[in-house]
Design a protein around this ligand. Structure first.
Ligand code: BMA
Length: 339
């Protein structure tokens, strides 16, 4: 029996490359990165921090697209293999509950999560200050906005892909109105995706230097036999600006505000030209992970330098071993996060 398994569907055509020899980190990059280059669509200069899911016989995704007027919106993309993407010409048009157009003033860092038969998009938008926006779709044709879950300021949120104890569960990072120099991950519950409460603290920035300024959720948590595997981002401040790396932790299955384990070391940090050089240098910003329950393979989609999309690979077992090896979870991680 494996020490850890992904709970979910097999995904036979998951994008994949084997681990290079002597890889010190548990996550390795796709050799064809970046998979999305500059100026990918007319009127769009950069696509980065984006999220994908399997759909029909291939993949579908919601992409943070920086338009040539500088305003970010979400564009829909489709792919047969998860690597080559075709984008729609225009941004996603959101409607209200009556079917009338209801567009956010801007929208960025989307996550895409399927719960039961519905797909949810969660992003950052203006709500008299940056906060979280949400919409749902079942066919990727009609996108209906849902009430904004939180008050400003909050710029980073992702739903769990399943109800826990019969509640929808969201991770988010409350912040301020700037490039917030602080931030912890919190969790909120909702019976109906409209009213949110039972807020809990999940994890703080840490004394580990790569994540000593702020942290934030990344891909939708991955359900495993050992708990929820969280791939998140951790930020450090340098004299030349922020550096965004990827981290990993394991959350309790039934009480996910309890952190069981947390790796003291990053799982990926900016090292290649496309991560170090771009609109915002030194950014690895994970927003999605595809998983194959049969082989334990995980394909991570991450934004690179606020300019490109990169793909990286790991397996559930490698990530779990690494988290156990470098576990630094202490009292604050292990508590329920209720004060
Ligand atoms: C964060 C978000 C991300 C971005 C990152 C680095 O605050 O705005 O979209 O990738 O900063 O610029």
């Amino acid at each position: 029996m494996n020490k850890i398994n992904i709970i979910g569907q097999p995904l036979y055509n998951i994008p994949w490359q084997n681990c290079p020899e002597n890889s010190e980190l548990p996550v390795w990059r796709y050799s064809g990165n970046p998979i999305i280059q500059r100026n990918p669509v007319q009127g769009v200069s950069r696509i980065f921090n984006s999220a994908v899911l399997p759909y029909e016989n291939g993949y579908i995704g919601v992409f943070r697209a920086e338009q040539t007027d500088g305003i970010p919106y979400i564009y829909l993309g489709r792919s047969a293999d998860g690597i080559q993407w075709q984008f729609e010409k225009n941004k996603i048009l959101f409607t209200d509950e009556h079917g009338r157009e209801f567009m956010p003033r801007y929208a960025y860092d989307p996550r895409l999560v399927k719960i039961e038969d519905t797909y949810y998009i969660i992003w950052c938008q203006d709500f008299y200050g940056a906060s979280i926006g949400m919409a749902k779709t079942t066919d990727f044709k009609i996108f209906t906005r849902i009430e904004n879950p939180f008050l400003p300021f909050n710029r980073n949120a992702v739903l769990f892909p399943k109800k826990i104890n019969d509640k929808f569960v969201m991770l988010s990072r409350p912040s301020d109105n700037g490039h917030t120099p602080f931030g912890d991950i919190f969790l909120s519950e909702s019976p109906d995706l409209e009213y949110w409460g039972h807020h809990r603290h999940v994890m703080s920035k840490s004394s580990n230097w790569w994540e000593n300024l702020k942290i934030g959720g990344g891909a939708a948590p991955i359900e495993t036999t050992q708990g929820w595997l969280l791939i998140y981002h951790g930020v450090t401040g340098t004299c030349n600006g922020y550096v965004y790396s990827m981290g990993a932790a394991l959350l309790d299955k039934n009480q996910p505000s309890v952190v069981l384990k947390r790796a003291s070391r990053y799982i990926l940090t900016p090292e290649t030209w496309y991560e170090e050089r771009g609109f915002v240098p030194n950014v690895c910003f994970p927003c999605a992970a595809l998983t194959d329950s049969e082989t334990g393979r995980i394909a991570i989609y991450y934004g690179c330098a606020d300019t490109y999309v990169g793909l990286a690979f790991t397996t559930v077992e490698k990530l779990y071993d690494y988290i156990l090896k470098y576990d630094c979870a202490g009292e604050t991680e292990h508590e329920l996060g209720r004060r």
